[in-house]
Each structure stands twice: as structure tokens, then as C-alpha cells.
Write a protein that binds this ligand. Structure first.
Ligand SMILES: Nc1ncnc2c1ncn2[C@@H]1O[C@H](COP(=O)(O)OP(=O)(O)OP(=O)(O)O)[C@@H](O)[C@H]1O
Length: 261
């Protein structure tokens, strides 16, 4: 079966005079899989997922979603593409409008993309899915903790029933005490909803617990990719080897990888 997302010879730079940030990337993502993108700061992880999610224009090379070029989706069926591809960002506070009650923020993607008004029952069921009660609907973002806000941002992204959820460092702005809860929630939602999950992290230990496939990036290139267990047990690049050793120091558990569900 053809991959859900397919990337061929993708290069990217933020301006004609700037350096290449991604260089000739090739990768594919299967429907229903969980893929972790790891690498040091500045290696191009966020840029890559923004391109896959249609938030940056593909310049050189190709990105296809469900067999069709993302540039084509975005020029002819942008709403349809965005219904299928949603993103959760690092900072939930920055991705939710501080002046809007949660009811309106969570309802916004359905209004804009499905062109319908979402009822309170439906809103409450999405909030309940992320572990929040109905009282959250009438509150403003400043009335929530960081972890709760990230749950709201996840509910908002899921409200259009996307096929792929991209999560760019979804817990790095949160207290350590709630990071695991949000990651567990993402794993749980992935299993319940049959999501394809692409998660960016600089933390190999996190990704190894959540994803059965890993891409390791360095300086705008993919230095390694494959099943998590293979990459962790026999890394083929010195860089991944070093990452694996660093991650072992913070309780890496390569055996505890989720299945495709
Ligand atoms: N809007 C932008 N304009 C110009 N350069 C940018 C922009 N965004 C990112 N870059 C540069 O692109 C390179 C890759 O950045 P990117 O954010 O994709 O990396 P990353 O691996 O996600 O890093 P981090 O883990 O720190 O978020 C970096 O050199 C960064 O400075």
C-alpha cells in the first residue's frame, strides 16, 4: 500500500539568500503509524513537520499526502487538506487566543473547515476525551495550567477528526510533572482514534516510548530512520549512538514501544 505521506528529495530554505535548512530528505509515513522525529536543536525538525502539515510552502522536491502533492491540495482543496492534517504546537498559550473563551477556540476549526457550528455536546465530548470537564468551556486560557491548556489545544486539533496529528515538542513548555500525562494522553488518543501521529522531540527517550518509527535529524539531513527497536539497538550512525547513550542516562526503555494499534 502507498504511504500516507511521502517525501522525495525535499530541500528547504527560508529565503533565497539563506542557507538550506533541509537537504534532500526522503521519507514516508504509513497510515496509522507513530513516527518520532528527533535531533538536536536547529537540525530542522520543526521545519520538516511544518512542511508536511502545509504550514510552509514546499519549494524544492515533493511532499505528497494520500498520493497527491501537498502543493496541489493547498491550491485546490486547502480546507480538505487541513481537515486531515492538524498540528499541536509547543506552546499552548501561544496557539490559543487569550481573548476567546475555550468554547469559541475549540469550535473554531470546525467552523472554519467544516463550515458548521459545533454544539456543546460535541465540544464537551472532545474536552472529556482529553480529560477536561464541561466547566472548561466558559473559561479563558489564563484560567488554566500549562498542561490543561495543552489538553485544550489537543481537543481543538482533534475536533475536525484529523487523519494525522503533528505534535511539535508538545510537552517541552510544560512542567516536568505533567509532561508524562500529556504524552500518555497522546498515546491513548492515538490508539482510540486510530490517528497517525508524528511527534517532534529533542528527547530520544520520549520518542522511543511513543513511536514505532524514528527519524533522526542532524544539520538538515536524516542521518537515520527505521523501526525504533532497530535504531535503538543497533544505531548505524555515530550521532544516533551518542543520542542513544545520552538517552539511556535518563531511563530509556526501548522495549516499551507502542504497537500500531
Ligand atoms: N522563520 C525562520 N526564518 C529563518 N530561519 C529559520 C526560521 N525558522 C527556523 N529557522 C532556522 O532553520 C533551522 C532549523 O530550525 P528548526 O526550528 O526547524 O529546527 P529544530 O530542529 O526544530 O530546532 P529546535 O529543536 O530548537 O526547535 C535553524 O537554523 C533555524 O535557525
Amino acid at each position: 500500500m502507498a504511504p500516507l505521506v511521502d517525501v522525495r528529495d525535499l530541500s528547504f530554505r527560508y529565503g533565497h539568500k539563506q542557507n538550506w535548512v533541509l537537504r534532500s530528505l526522503n521519507l514516508s509515513i504509513e497510515r496509522g503509524s507513530a513516527v518520532g522525529v528527533v535531533g538536536e536543536s536547529g537540525s530542522g525538525k520543526s521545519t520538516l513537520v511544518r512542511l508536511l502539515c502545509g504550514l510552509l510552502p514546499v519549494g524544492s522536491g515533493s511532499v505528497t499526502y494520500d498520493g497527491r502533492a501537498v502543493t496541489d491540495w493547498l491550491s485546490k482543496d486547502p480546507r480538505q487538506f487541513r481537515l486531515h492534517n492538524q498540528m499541536v504546537f509547543q506552546s499552548p498559550a501561544a496557539s490559543l487566543d487569550p481573548r476567546m473563551r475555550i468554547r469559541r477556540s475549540v469550535a473554531e476549526p470546525v467552523r472554519a473547515l467544516e463550515r458548521r457550528k459545533i454544539g456543546d455536546d460535541e465540544l464537551e465530548s472532545w474536552l472529556s476525551m482529553v480529560g477536561l470537564g464541561p466547566e472548561a468551556l466558559n473559561r479563558y486560557p489564563h484560567q488554566f495550567s500549562g498542561g490543561q491548556l495543552q489538553r485544550v489545544a489537543i481537543a481543538r486539533a482533534l475536533s475536525v477528526s484529523p487523519t494525522v496529528l503533528y505534535a511539535d515538542e508538545p510537552t517541552s513548555a510544560l512542567d516536568v510533572s505533567v509532561q508524562a500525562q500529556v504524552l500518555n494522553l497522546l498515546m491513548d488518543l492515538r490508539a482510540r482514534l486510530g490517528l497517525t501521529l508524528v511527534i517532534v522531540s529533542h528527547d530520544l527517550a520520549v520518542v522511543s516510548r511513543m513511536c514505532e518509527h524514528i527519524l533522526v535529524m542532524r544539520n538538515g539531513e536524516i542521518v537515520e530512520s527505521g523501526p525504533t527497536v532497530d535504531v535503538l539497538h543497533s544505531p548505524s550512525s555515530a550521532y544516533t549512538n551518542a543520542l542513544t547513550k545520552a538517552a539511556s542516562a535518563v531511563s530509556l526503555r526501548p522495549g516499551n514501544v507502542t504497537s500500531a494499534g
